[in-house]
Write a protein that binds this ligand. Structure first.
Ligand SMILES: *[C@@H]1O[C@H](CO)[C@@H](O)[C@H](O)[C@H]1NC(C)=O
Ligand SMILES: *[C@@H]1O[C@H](CO)[C@@H](O)[C@H](O)[C@H]1NC(C)=O
Ligand SMILES: *[C@@H]1O[C@H](CO)[C@@H](O)[C@H](O)[C@H]1NC(C)=O
Ligand SMILES: *[C@@H]1O[C@H](CO)[C@@H](O)[C@H](O)[C@H]1NC(C)=O
Ligand SMILES: *[C@@H]1O[C@H](CO)[C@@H](O)[C@H](O)[C@H]1NC(C)=O
Ligand SMILES: *[C@@H]1O[C@H](CO)[C@@H](O)[C@H](O)[C@H]1NC(C)=O
Ligand SMILES: *[C@@H]1O[C@H](CO)[C@@H](O)[C@H](O)[C@H]1NC(C)=O
Ligand SMILES: *[C@@H]1O[C@H](CO)[C@@H](O)[C@H](O)[C@H]1NC(C)=O
Ligand SMILES: *[C@@H]1O[C@H](CO)[C@@H](O)[C@H](O)[C@H]1NC(C)=O
Length: 659
């Protein structure tokens, strides 16, 4: 039985809708798929759940499969907010308590697959933004050392907190771990100031974070979903936006009074879950004007649904059937309805000159849904959601990574005791991160990276066939079309007839995000390349990259673009001389050209020379030598160094392994 207190919370859950809950102590039994799942009895961790759902039938009436889209080359004709992501539009939010599993054991033992995955994103976008935090940041406390040289240790669970967040002790080594990653790849970090007790603020994360990470620290989040504090029993029941306003002032004052904190303008707030408060409830306290000088960005967090009943029982709502939930993620209405509560706030933020960030999001809180959150349907859903956020004026969004007890991870390391013979499992949503990194990535490192994204309302606004135009630096650069339907016969592939007001180019380049079904977990390709099946990835793309060149009819002013059912097409209007995306494989001859500590024997045994589609990117060691403006193969010195150093750092346990 749930304690009475929990029942009260349960009522709040039911009436309050979805919000971010990361599960730490999910009873495995509670996470087994329901009887509707084709492969019914699975009792392992959620992250490896094999449940495959059936693609919904073609809607009746089916959307028209041929439609025209008229674009203008000139962003002067469009009214979208200008956004400057400053890196990949989609970054990651990594729950603080899983850092030692996902990023590495310490500053000298980095997870090589993680480095490779981040390289894939960084080469497409110049930088990857990662938030380390979540519910666990609130009770986290820095200590100088822990037994067995661990970098973190979970303490007893706070029984009053329905997220069962363990309080966390961590050492400065955690920050060296982040810093060492940034020294290899262009990764920048957001951290969270613990706010469980504002009368006794712990600013160590600011002091150490600033001194260890320097310019790689993007900002500090003050409060994780404060609108749920009262509901979760973390504050008195009357806790409201004005109380949060007051606590924020305490943080600002404490930081100014702390001589070890030098940066005082990098705070991020209010990170409401839009559960019990709207963002406007916070703006209306005068928050932005009052704290203008302390704030570097405004943020919210949101999950469109929750699967809490599967974990906490029927007191937390009705148990949801994943097959029935699935169609909710397979249309553009989903993205539009998630974003609707924030459209006003993106304008408020823009007027205040602050970026507006979706700081933590994923398909559903309480771990997501089996077969939904880990499917190609979720890939398309996240891609559409990201493009819709960009069109609404969000500057970036961070995809949440939980532990092994969630279905929605974009990547999951093997269980610790299987790390000697298993590799990582790449979740379907990681492919959306790659595709969006290219759709909203800078054409070249010298680019201003100012984007305007237009939701085209394509195909008469049909919810199964959304489309977007991307303007970079005021000029039409790309277009994205999504087909949410599954039809292997090809009868529901779309034919999009693109017209450009000023005339179409002679040809355009098209990349596809593809899979046989929205139910698929692993047979997913981005431009022909994949990260493979369960327990099978070292974080490098496999296979040859395929880019279609589509000849346009310049006299009729049309380019005809096919969008498979299901799939996403990324159309690039850049002239062919500059339109090739990175296609580089690091060269085996590139050894020794780095100052990094490298154990040369690792090169021979690591199989790092096999290539397999790894690419060079902009890294903190210097700008990319291989922007989209170049073609051909350039050696990735930095990447090779990263892999070799990483393999060396990780030693036998995590070194390259090929099954
Ligand atoms: C687009 O802008 C150009 C000049 O900036 C103007 O001549 C043209 O009429 C505009 N087109 C539309 C559809 O507004
Ligand atoms: C890092 O972790 C490895 C593996 O546990 C350990 O051998 C090494 O001593 C650790 N390094 C530090 C600096 O704690
Ligand atoms: C990596 O982390 C260790 C701490 O474990 C630190 O001593 C070392 O200097 C770091 N290396 C770099 C390149 O930052
Ligand atoms: C806040 O967190 C710290 C560290 O986990 C803990 O020691 C302290 O008791 C907590 N305070 C409150 C009021 O919960
Ligand atoms: C937008 O937010 C501001 C600040 O909270 C508020 O004053 C205004 O009424 C809101 N506008 C709309 C249309 O909701
Ligand atoms: C489309 O998605 C919305 C929001 O997720 C959902 O409520 C609706 O039922 C879906 N439409 C169909 C036809 O499945
Ligand atoms: C790995 O650890 C889990 C949980 O502790 C245990 O159930 C399982 O038997 C272990 N597997 C192996 C191969 O040791
Ligand atoms: C993967 O999907 C492609 C179509 O996208 C199909 O041709 C191929 O047979 C599938 N491979 C596997 C192993 O299912
Ligand atoms: C290196 O990897 C490739 C591709 O997986 C494999 O074919 C080859 O046998 C591996 N070589 C060694 C020495 O393990």
């Amino acid at each position: 039985m749930l304690p009475l207190r929990w029942l009260c919370l349960a009522v709040a859950f039911v009436t309050g809708g979805a919000h971010a809950v990361t599960v730490y102590q999910a009873p495995l039994g509670g996470l087994t798929p329901t009887s509707v799942a084709p492969n019914a009895v699975y009792t392992g961790a959620a992250a490896y759940d094999p449940t495959v759902l059936t693609a919904p039938p073609i809607p009746d009436p089916a959307p028209p499969t041929q439609f025209g889209v008229q674009l203008s080359n000139n962003a002067g004709n469009v009214s979208a907010l200008t956004i400057s992501p400053g890196g990949a539009f989609l970054g990651f939010s990594i729950e603080m308590s899983v850092v030692d599993q996902v990023l590495g054991l310490n500053g000298s033992r980095l997870q090589v697959p993680f480095l490779n995955l981040m390289t894939l994103v960084a080469e497409r976008s110049g930088s990857v933004h990662i938030r380390v935090g979540g519910n666990t940041q609130e009770d986290a406390a820095l200590v100088q050392s822990l037994p067995q040289n661990k970098i973190m240790e979970k303490q007893a669970v706070n029984a009053n907190d329905p997220t069962q967040t363990p309080s966390l002790l961590y050492t400065p080594e955690l920050l060296y771990l982040l810093s060492n990653i940034s020294s290899l790849i262009d990764v920048k970090w957001y951290l969270g100031l613990p706010l469980n007790d504002t009368s006794n603020l712990r600013l160590a994360i600011a002091e150490y974070g600033e001194s260890i990470l320097g310019g790689n620290l993007l900002g500090l989040q003050v409060g994780n979903e404060p609108d749920l504090y009262a509901r979760h029993g973390l504050r008195q029941s009357t806790y409201g936006p004005n109380d949060y306003f007051g606590e924020f002032a305490q943080v600002v004052q404490a930081m100014q009074a702390d001589s070890n904190v030098k940066v005082n303008n990098n705070l991020i707030a209010p990170s409401v879950a839009t559960g019990d408060w709207t963002p406007e409830d916070v703006w209306n306290t005068g928050f932005i004007d009052t704290y203008e000088a302390s704030l570097s960005a405004l943020a919210v967090e949101h999950y469109p649904d929750d699967n809490c009943a599967a974990i906490y029982g029927s007191a937390f709502g009705q148990l949801r059937d994943p097959q029935t939930v699935f169609p909710d993620y397979l249309n553009h209405t989903s993205a539009l309805s998630i974003i609707a509560p924030y459209v006003n706030s993106t304008h408020v933020a823009s007027a205040a000159g602050k970026p507006f960030i979706m700081f933590e999001t994923n398909s559903a809180s309480c771990g997501g849904f089996p077969g939904v959150s880990d499917s190609f349907g979720a890939t398309l859903w996240l891609a559409d959601y990201a493009m819709s956020m960009a069109a609404a004026g969000f500057s970036s969004a961070l995809v949440h990574v939980g532990g092994q007890d969630v279905y929605y991870n974009p990547f999951t390391p093997p269980p610790t005791n299987q790390s000697s013979y298993h590799q990582w499992t790449i979740g379907s949503t990681f492919y959306a991160v790659l595709a969006i990194a290219e759709a909203l990535g800078p054409i070249s490192s010298s680019s201003t990276s100012n984007f305007q994204v237009i939701d085209l309302g394509a195909n008469g606004g049909n919810e199964y066939t959304p489309g977007y135009a991307v303007y970079e630096g005021g000029t039409l650069a790309r277009a994205v079309f999504i087909n949410f339907m599954t039809d292997p016969s090809g009868a529901n592939d779309l034919q999009v007839n693109l017209q450009v007001e000023e005339g179409v180019p002679a040809n355009v380049q098209v990349k596809y995000l593809q899979s046989p079904s929205v139910g698929e977990h692993f047979n997913i390709t981005w431009a022909g390349q994949t990260l493979g099946g369960q327990f099978a990835s070292d974080g490098r793309l496999q296979g040859a990259q395929t880019i279609q060149t589509v000849a346009c009819d310049t006299s009729a002013n049309t380019c005809s673009i096919t969008v498979p059912a299901p799939g996403l097409a990324l159309v690039s209007f850049e002239s062919s001389s500059s339109a090739s995306y990175p296609t580089h494989t690091f060269a085996t001859t590139a050894t020794g050209a780095t100052s990094t500590k490298v154990d040369p024997s690792v090169v021979a045994t690591s199989n790092g020379s096999q290539g397999g589609g790894s690419h060079v990117g902009s890294t903190s060691r210097g700008k990319s030598q291989t922007s989209r403006g170049t073609t051909g193969v350039a050696p990735s010195l930095v990447m090779l160094a990263a892999m070799v150093l990483g393999a060396w750092m990780l030693g036998r346990t995590y070194a390259w392994r090929w099954p």
